[in-house]
Write a protein that binds this ligand. Structure first.
Ligand SMILES: Cc1cc2nc3c(=O)[nH]c(=O)nc-3n(C[C@H](O)[C@H](O)[C@H](O)COP(=O)(O)OP(=O)(O)OC[C@H]3O[C@@H](n4cnc5c(N)ncnc54)[C@H](O)[C@@H]3O)c2cc1C
Length: 388
């Protein structure tokens, strides 16, 4: 199976084909199935490796700041995540977080903020994190309670953030806090908080089924210069949503990468496993399973690259990105489950590629808007369009 077959689709331009082809061979030789006991060390190394090779450039906007282009190219982000996820979940994680963590700066930062952080993010010299969720504000994120009180030339942060990827290893965190300009979502601002700022601590490291650096953060009387505020006071929620809008489609692409790897593994197993005097692939039940897996993957790929292409044309893709994330993450879960079934007992052995995929895919159906949240986005958009 050629993992680059879809590059001939009309969604792509020559630069995308070149990028994906070169990244594919780099990832196959440099990061395929990387693992290690210590995820912090491994993730730091992966960020550095990706940065040294130039692969992080699409995660930031602005050629002057080390970015691949002046505007983030969604198709490039998606192609990168798909390829990296196929080869190594943690390499995809390291790549994605550089983008999500610095996205607010790319989209709404001042020239000084961009110059300070983006080139280091693009080179893999500074690790970024995006701190929005709280213990009592996940799906309902506008209910966040972390506060930012303005005191002279500083903002004083108090409260907690949780489920923060790269928590514990990041060099800086983009933190969203209630600054009180208005009630609800209009009273939230975004701040860059550097690791080591007094009053900021990692309250807890969180272990999850597919291990990666994840933490609960605590801010106690944490003073941050107002120069670290991204955008105007009260604009934070809008900036967070704009950032998620850019990266949501790329979550679909990562799910696609996991699903493609599962199909590759499944095909290999089906064509080599001997049983009942034949191979597993000779049975029509197996062929039906493989056909369903491939169809699910192509449907997800079409939705993903449609959303990415439309976004790169400057169109609003709220509904299309939600459809892509919903279909690709739910579909990948089914494809991976089917692949695991083809492996029988081997599929549940710790560390086996399909067992790893089975754990890796699960949280993609939850973060950056759970499946139910995507359904609501799509439903609301359809109804709005119907009554326009
Ligand atoms: C591995 C991982 C990494 C993460 N990384 C980050 C990060 O870097 N930065 C960050 O800020 N956050 C991060 N998150 C947090 C993530 O965005 C939240 O977990 C997510 O938004 C869901 O919030 P919650 O966990 O509080 O679940 P809840 O909001 O309590 O939702 C629980 C469930 O309720 C259902 N649900 C939600 N809304 C509705 C509805 N309207 N109707 C019906 N059912 C509904 C969904 O099934 C959902 O899964 C991460 C999470 C995980 C698991």
């Amino acid at each position: 199976m050629n993992p680059l077959e879809h590059l001939s689709w009309p969604f792509f331009e020559e630069r995308h084909r070149e990028f994906a082809t070169t990244l594919e061979s780099w990832a196959a030789s440099e990061v395929r199935d990387v693992q290690g006991d210590d995820v912090d060390t491994l993730c730091r190394r992966l960020v550095r490796q990706l940065g040294d090779a130039g692969w992080l450039r699409p995660t930031v906007a602005g050629a002057a700041y080390g970015g691949a282009a002046d505007v983030i190219d969604t198709r490039m982000l998606c192609l990168a995540r798909e390829a990296l996820a196929r080869h190594a979940g943690l390499a995809d994680f390291a790549f994605a977080m550089q983008g999500l963590g610095s996205g607010a700066i790319s989209l709404a930062g001042t020239a000084e903020q961009k110059a300070r952080w983006l080139p280091r993010v693009a080179r893999g010299e500074a690790i970024a994190a995006f701190a929005l969720s709280e213990p009592d504000a996940g799906s309902d994120v506008a209910a966040l309670q972390c506060t930012a009180r303005i005191d002279g030339g500083h903002a004083v942060l108090d409260g907690e953030k949780t489920w923060i990827s790269n928590g514990g290893i990041a060099d800086f965190y983009v933190v969203f806090a209630r600054s009180g300009e208005a009630d609800g979502s209009r009273g939230i601002s975004a701040f860059v908080v550097e690791a080591g700022t007094p009053g900021f601590m990692i309250a807890e490291r969180i272990d999850v089924i597919a291990p990666h650096p994840l933490a609960r953060l605590r801010f106690t009387n944490c003073r941050v210069p107002l120069a670290n505020r991204i955008g105007a006071g009260g604009e934070g929620f809008k900036i967070a949503m704009r950032t998620l809008d850019v990266f949501r489609t790329s979550v679909a692409a990562a799910a696609l990468g996991f699903a493609r790897r599962a199909l590759e593994e499944g095909l290999h197993r089906a064509t080599t496993r001997k049983m009942f005097g034949q191979t597993l692939a000779d049975f029509q039940l197996t062929q039906a399973k493989l056909a369903q897996m491939a169809t699910t993957i192509d449907s997800a790929a079409l939705l993903t690259y449609r959303a990415a292409w439309q976004r790169d044309q400057g169109e609003n893709v709220t509904r299309q990105a939600a459809m892509a994330k919903l279909a690709a993450t739910e579909g990948a879960q089914q494809v991976i489950d089917a692949a695991l079934q083809l492996f029988g007992g081997m599929g549940v052995v710790s560390g086996h590629p399909v067992e790893r995929l089975y754990r890796e895919i699960r949280s993609l159906r939850i973060y950056e808007g759970a499946t139910e949240v995507q359904q609501l986005i799509i439903g609301r958009d359809l109804l709005k369009a119907a009554f326009r």
